[in-house]
Design a protein around this ligand. Structure first.
Ligand SMILES: *Cc1c(COP(=O)(O)O)cnc(C)c1O
Ligand code: SF4
Length: 453
């Protein structure tokens, strides 16, 4: 469904006159203001409640941002099934008003959401089956996930909880919270609770604090995690007041959800930095999405950008088998290719774990390229990112008594039985660098000390 490309400058209507001009988007409110009406618009822009009030929720509103979508009334049935909400901030990140744009693709409804192949279900992870109390998913022994609200500021078209997110915009009730508290008291093996949703940071500070203080009232809960997309889609929500409240509930970790480098703006970075400055370790959960980030270079750029922002890439998810997201699915192979590309090329702290969240509630299963080539009783043969093959002798293997060295070309079998210990690729950047170092050392007739006396 390719639409013609048009710049996303909303035609300003009377209703939307409070909209800041596009050139002013994402700017910070200047401390001293010359142009009063403009400054009022900017301070509104930076007010998260204004952003929520002014979310794009109807097709009419959408057509004002994306004129090429006017008259697309058939999208009505999509948003009737899977609600739409796009914050003006997030909409301002759209560069091309069609599905070639990653932000557009993740936020603007698409008819293909109605496509319903039989392998997809509403709740493929069977979260509903693992809920001892409505809203609390207890799957792993020592941790549980709490759905604290069904509201998000932006409804991701690829959401894994499409069955819940936005269908009603409700926060958890006080009565439910007491039930959750009771369950946690009765299950002291749960030491880690993930506050999720929906997006818990769309709730008021007081409502978030009610959840956090309930969790802290249970002594066996050691770690609290919050899963939120707010730093990405509503970064102005990360206010000083929110952060100073959150830091009273340490150890508190936050996992956010950046999927594309275009989401790393000055404002989203500032939001993450504010959280990191409050001592909150930040992780990121990316979903592999067709046409958005199913590309090794895009993931590399994203992961490099994240660690510069002090956000540790945590998981990269294979798309779940959720009804309504077929057009986002990629092959598992693609994730494998991306992992192969990253290892050795980028810093280890920039490499997420690629996981398939198993259907039937099996939990997250890591998938990675094979680095173990073969094994024998005495040796493990491994390969690195360059194609180097090495053998690692098991402890207790008597090196002296191992078989004769291989005569001629060693193969994997020779590595596995200790007749050879390495097979090198003919040329690698690393070996070329080594050769230069050796040549230089030879010329300098070095002392062998690491540092000069
Ligand atoms: C992902 C998830 C967790 C947390 O898993 P980690 O691997 O510890 O991050 C816990 N419970 C449920 C239901 C989950 O989906
Ligand atoms: S923020 Fe999370 S819960 Fe909300 S729509 Fe996006 S993926 Fe779903």
């Amino acid at each position: 469904m390719q639409q013609e490309i048009q710049p996303v400058t909303p035609a300003v209507t009377e209703e939307q006159a409070s909209e800041p001009p596009s050139t002013m988007r994402a700017a910070q409110t200047p401390s001293s203001c010359q142009d009063e009406p403009l400054c009022k618009k900017l301070s509104q822009w930076n007010d998260w409640r204004w952003q929520i009030r002014n979310r794009i929720r109807s097709l009419d509103q959408l057509a004002r941002y994306v004129p090429s979508l006017s008259g697309r009334s058939e999208l009505q049935k999509v948003i009737a099934k899977y609600p739409m909400a796009i914050t003006p901030y997030y909409a301002s990140l759209i560069q091309h008003a069609d599905v070639s744009d990653p932000i557009f693709r993740m936020s603007v409804p698409n008819l293909r959401e109605m496509f319903d192949p039989p392998c997809l279900t509403d709740d493929p992870l069977e979260e509903h089956e693992d809920m001892p109390v409505p809203g609390l998913v207890h799957r792993y022994r020592d941790r549980a996930l709490l759905i604290a609200t069904t509201m998000c500021s932006m409804y991701c078209r690829h959401c894994t909880r499409k069955r819940i997110a936005g269908t009603r915009e409700n926060a958890i009730s006080a009565r439910r919270l007491r039930q959750v508290q009771e369950y946690l008291f009765n299950h002291p093996e749960i030491s880690d609770v993930i506050v999720s949703g929906g997006d818990p940071l769309t709730m008021s500070d007081a409502a978030i604090e009610a959840v956090l203080s309930m969790l802290r009232s249970v002594p066996s809960v050691q770690i609290i995690r919050i899963g939120t997309r707010v730093p990405v889609v509503l970064p102005m929500r990360i206010t000083d007041e929110l952060v100073s409240m959150l830091k009273r509930y340490h150890p508190l970790w936050i996992n956010t959800h950046f999927n594309h480098p275009n989401e790393l703006t000055d404002q989203s970075r500032a939001a993450c930095e504010k959280l990191a400055d409050a001592g909150i370790p930040l992780g990121n959960q990316t979903v592999l999405l067709r046409g958005v980030n199913d590309d090794p270079q895009i993931i590399e750029e994203l992961c490099r950008g994240l660690i510069r922002t002090r956000v540790r890439p945590y998981y990269m998810y294979q798309c779940d088998l959720v009804r309504g997201v077929e057009h986002f699915r990629t092959s598992v192979r693609k994730g494998m290719e991306i992992m192969e590309y990253l290892r050795g090329r980028v810093s280890g702290i920039a490499i997420p774990t690629f996981v398939v969240d198993a259907p039937h509630g099996g939990g997250k299963i890591p998938v990675l390229p094979n680095y173990v080539v073969t094994m024998s009783p005495t040796h493990t043969v491994l390969r690195n990112y360059e194609g180097l093959l090495v053998s690692y002798p098991e402890p207790g293997v008597d090196m002296e008594s191992t078989v004769e060295p291989a005569s001629g070309q060693a193969g994997v079998w020779e590595l596995a039985c200790g007749k050879a210990d390495v097979i090198q690729p003919a040329h690698t950047t690393r070996m070329d660098r080594r050769e230069k170092i050796t040549a230089k050392r030879g010329a300098a007739r070095g002392t062998g000390y690491l540092f000069d006396a």
